[in-house]
Write a protein that binds this ligand. Structure first.
Ligand code: URP
Ligand code: ZN
Ligand code: ZN
Ligand code: ZN
Length: 543
């Protein structure tokens, strides 16, 4: 057969155009885009009639936490990611995503000194189950050992195709000092790696939260914990938008000194977005990611369940927290529309609610220090909650969302006309591919590109529905979007020419996904005046 798969009748969307055309696929690659095929060309091919619906390049979710275990946790607060590569990637496929980039996490334990050791360990976790979709790794770096940065960054880049590292400005077990951040940024710059920044000011958070810092004998009665403000809701109050505001500004200045590209992950505040915008206007290679939770949740959702102090509200705890109210969301929408936000990822960080290694894990350890009442019924939670109410400081941060990412953006922004279909593709596929060095293998519908697609339902034929967690494929016992009405859902997900999700059913196999070696970022171009100004930057570093 000339083609293995033919897609007819679609509105084929790229980051710049929409065209009504047919797509011919052979051996996993897109071969041609044409007005129509002759009948003999179609012989032997599977034909999918898109019925006038959008056909987009498969979703690329560049921020997914899988297999981060108790020891590391995604943020040093303990807790076990409940999704491994099997369940997490299945969930991705069912939500229209064909590529995930997950995190290999260094810790400060001596055996994790070597970044290569860390990557091999995470790769073994991926290979232990296999994946339904293609996958790659970012490396999280939590120390600045000169020899490791010197010797291993280039190997990560060359042998593993890992072209991005994530650095933290918060979390005791992860955060780097400014000087350490400069060390790693400098090494990243020399190896053409993009630096991802978790921008929250850890000192501000601690100062607002903890009545007594370890190096301070004074017990301050005004802090959240001294006032008994420890319920999940206060997690948000311990992280007002200024926490992200300060950290984004500082990281921009550090990156400007080093002249390296940075990507702010999970930007959740209007203040953070404004700082990013200002840096971009100066011509700096500063990029930003945002996530569904910042458009669909607010501080109010941290009080949603039962009473405002109920532990069940821990289901909504993520960092940065959702914005205070809908006016912040409106400003974030502007950032989606005007290009401040480069990519839209899930930050899928799966913890079970009713499980001792899930949301209650940190609380169990420190239960003795907490008092309060509760209304929850979960079986494993009983022993915890009979004793104490959870303090937000100890609750693992993160919420699930790899499967709902594209449908939420469709429902909240595309259906409502806030963004165009092209913008949708740019944010969810084309830009993540370019930013992380996968383009045009991924993120494009062009001859030669991988035949990865998400095909939606034709809008007039689709009945909107209310989501319940049992419809999802992750190994998490809740979704923050329970009961929400969705206006569309992926009808087909296609990975390198193979249908892996069709009309509500998984059709792929867990071994279908392949490891992706990535190249350097393809978004960074040229050198702007702002990266050469001697008043701001140390250009002689590179002479
Ligand atoms: O709360 C969040 N975002 N958890 C995931 C870990 C991270 O910082 O991305
Ligand atoms: Zn983070
Ligand atoms: Zn994350
Ligand atoms: Zn309750």
């Amino acid at each position: 057969a000339k083609f293995d798969l033919i897609i007819t009748n679609g509105k084929v969307v790229s980051a710049s155009d929409i065209s009504t055309c047919c797509i011919g696929v052979k051996d996993g690659k897109i071969r041609t885009l044409v007005d129509s095929f002759d009948p003999e060309e179609m012989e032997g091919a599977r034909v999918i009639d898109a019925q006038g619906a959008y056909v987009m390049p498969g979703g690329i979710d560049a921020h997914v936490h899988l297999c981060q275990d108790l020891k590391t946790g995604p943020h040093g607060l303990g807790g076990e990611c409940s999704d491994n590569f099997e369940t997490g990637s299945k969930s991705a496929a069912a939500g229209g995503t064909t590529t995930i980039i997950t995190f290999a996490t260094q810790t400060r334990a001596e055996e994790d000194r070597s970044l290569l050791h860390v990557v091999k360990a995470y790769n073994a976790r991926a290979e232990a189950t296999g994946s339904y979709v293609d996958y790659g790794f970012h490396i999280i770096i939590v120390r600045n050992d000169a020899d490791v940065l010197e010797e291993e960054m280039s190997v990560l880049m060359k042998d593993w195709g890992i072209s991005s590292c994530k650095l933290f400005l918060t979390y005791e077990t992860q955060r780097l000092t400014d000087s350490q951040l400069l060390d790693v940024m400098f090494a990243a710059k020399k190896n053409s790696m993009t630096t991802m920044i978790h921008a929250e000011n850890g000192d501000m958070i601690q100062w607002l939260t903890v009545k007594q810092l370890c190096n301070n004998a004074h017990e301050c009665s005004e802090k959240l914990e001294s006032k008994g403000m420890v319920a999940p809701y206060y997690h948000a109050l311990s992280r007002p938008p200024l926490v992200e505001g300060e950290a984004t500004n500082r990281a921009i200045a550090l990156a400007q000194l080093i002249q390296n590209p940075i990507l702010f992950v999970h930007v959740g505040s209007a203040l953070g977005a404004a700082n990013v915008r200002r840096a971009q206007t100066m011509g700096l290679p500063v990029y930003a990611e945002t996530c569904p939770q910042y458009f669909h949740l607010t501080w109010e959702d941290l009080k949603r369940f039962h009473s405002p102090t109920c532990f069940e509200n821990s289901k909504m705890i993520c960092s940065p927290p959702p914005p205070p109210d809908t006016s912040d969301q409106e400003e974030l929408f502007v950032g989606l529309e005007n290009g401040t936000f480069t990519i839209y990822s899930s930050d899928h960080c799966p913890f079970r609610y009713d499980h001792p290694n899930g949301k209650p894990s940190g609380v169990l350890e420190d239960a003795a220090s907490m008092e309060g009442e509760h209304h929850c019924t979960g079986k494993e939670l009983q022993s915890l909650l009979e004793r104490k109410q959870g303090a937000f400081r100890l609750i693992p941060n993160g919420i699930p969302g790899v499967e709902t990412r594209l449908p939420l953006l469709y429902t909240g922004a595309l259906s409502t006309g806030r963004i165009t279909p092209q913008k949708f593709v740019e944010l969810t596929s084309t830009n993540p591919a370019k930013l992380y060095g996968l383009y045009p293998k991924k993120g494009a519908i062009m001859p030669g590109s991988d035949a990865d697609f998400v095909i939606w339902h034709p809008e007039e034929a689709f009945q909107s529905f209310k989501l319940t967690n049992d419809m999802l494929h992750h190994n998490v016992d809740y979704t923050p979007y329970e009961g929400m009405e969705f206006s569309n859902w992926p009808r087909y997900t296609i990975l390198r020419g193979q249908v892996i999700w069709e009309d509500g059913k998984i059709q792929g196999k867990v071994g279908d996904g392949e490891y992706l070696k990535r190249g350097p970022s393809q978004l960074v171009r040229g050198v702007s005046k702002a990266t050469k100004d001697p008043r701001c930057v140390a250009g002689w570093l590179y002479e």
